[in-house]
Design a protein around this ligand. Sequence first.
Ligand SMILES: [Zn+2]
Length: 242
Amino acid sequence: MHWRQVPYSEIEALDRHTTVLILPIGAIEAHGPHLPTGTDGVISEGMAEAAVRQLRPHGLTGLVLPTLDFTVAQFARNFVGTLSFSAATVLALLADLGQILTGQGWQKLAVANSHLDPAHLACLRQAFANYPLQVAFPDLTRGRLARQLTPEFQSGACHAGQFEGSMVLARQPQWTRPAVAAALPDNPHSLVDAIREGKSHFGEAGGPHAYFGSPRQASACEGEVSLETLGRLLVESVLQLA
Ligand SMILES: [Zn+2]
């Protein structure tokens, strides 16, 4: 169930104890010359929908909030097409959202985030540290979670490559450019290493075309598996809430 696809009366009728709001968070940023700028939002929505399905057997209803695509995207700031907002703007928006949701009696929020820009993650950690709702926020950069994702993701060469490209192929194939992807050489530079070394944008990190990993290896099949895994990680995080 998606918040913006149903009348208010159906939202109002939901049980506040057994409904989990799911907030997909993406970004609008360069994802190579072969994937859409809205790649992360597409992935996070797929993660949210997989979580809705996987919550049902636990007696929980997932209600997917409108996707937050306007956020901090510092690493991709030098590419036209990227819309990078300040952390202060995002913090203010998330604080408002918390007030609005608690005002309506909602209690549980699950954060489906697939945008891993370090400044964005810092912003989310700050925003949800003292949130008025209970928050399930699986941080995919943590080792325990990262180890459940694909080898490319774990290698750190994980922006607009096989991992992300596969999930966009599974959800929005018409938004991809397969002929362009097929001609792109692999870029094994690790963003994790680059961040550790203090690099602050894709160019510095060895990604002059805003992609890392292996775009040509992407497949819808792999994408479906990854989305189910992301949904499971989100559900596991929800089930840990009191
Ligand atoms: Zn991405």
